[in-house]
Write a protein that binds this ligand. Structure first.
Ligand code: FMN
Length: 224
């Protein structure tokens, strides 16, 4: 699966199968976080991987009682150590770069999870002090984002999203083009999916020698 497909397919999943998650897959997801961009390449993150039932339950409780979180086989708590960031960049480092760097790690992780056929969800609604107590996180460390991963036990439709036309300005804020989609050669993913389905269908039909398409495909290939 390429990145574009992973971006299109990713959905927030809040219901998971009990199937345990292979450690290789957990490793790949965490590694994707490790490789994210970070301000000054300071990589302020640490990733706490939680599989223990009781601790997951405490995490779910700390996430304002979002108990579905405990159904995920793996819960990853992305924490930041801001000492270096504030030394290098002051308040902007501590309050902004730190958050942006951890967000980049989280997005890498959930896209990697999608590419591995896993469901995931980004969770930020939690009581930081409760998370710190549950995971014995020291004072100078800040838990920032929680990512749940596992095999999905639900199919979630795509929620409404703004269109490119709604969110894009050209050169200056609020300067809209009438047709940014056409200008950028953009086709919606629904059109792309339909084209792919048609291609797959034609390819399959072409393999069957008893269909008109199959016969045509054989003739084109010079086969009898
Ligand atoms: C900063 C942030 C905080 C979020 N916090 C939560 C959360 O606490 N609980 C939750 O169920 N989903 C949370 N989400 C997931 C969003 O609800 C979800 O991304 C949004 O509804 C769009 O759905 P989609 O991810 O399937 O595109 C969060 C997402 C982001 C980026």
């Amino acid at each position: 699966m390429d990145v574009h497909e992973a971006i299109l397919r990713r959905r927030s999943i809040r219901k998971y199968l009990e199937t345990p998650l292979e450690w290789e897959k957990i490793g790949k997801v965490v590694d994707a976080g490790r490789l994210a961009p970070s301000a000054g390449n300071l990589q302020p993150w640490k990733f706490v991987v939680v599989t223990d039932k009781e601790i997951k339950q405490m995490v779910a409780e700390a996430c304002l009682k979002q108990y579905w979180i405990a159904t995920a086989p793996v819960v990853i708590v992305i924490c930041s150590e801001n000492t270096k960031l504030s030394r290098f960049y002051g308040i902007r480092g501590e309050r902004l770069y730190s958050i942006q760097s951890c967000a980049a790690a989280a997005e890498n992780m959930i896209l990697q999870a999608t590419a591995l056929g896993l469901g995931s969800c980004w969770v930020s609604a939690f009581d930081e002090e409760m998370i710190k107590r549950a995971l014995k996180i020291p004072d100078f460390v800040r838990p920032q984002i929680i990512v749940t991963i596992g095999y999905a036990d639900e199919v979630v439709p795509e929620p409404p999203k703004y269109t490119l036309t709604d969110v894009i300005f050209l050169q200056r804020y609020e300067n809209r083009r009438k047709d940014p989609l056409g200008t950028m050669g953009f086709t919606s993913h629904k059109v792309e999916e339909a084209v792919k389905k048609s291609k797959d269908f034609l390819e399959e039909a072409g393999k069957k020698s008893d269909t008109a398409l199959g016969k045509l495909s054989k003739r084109l290939k010079g086969e009898k």
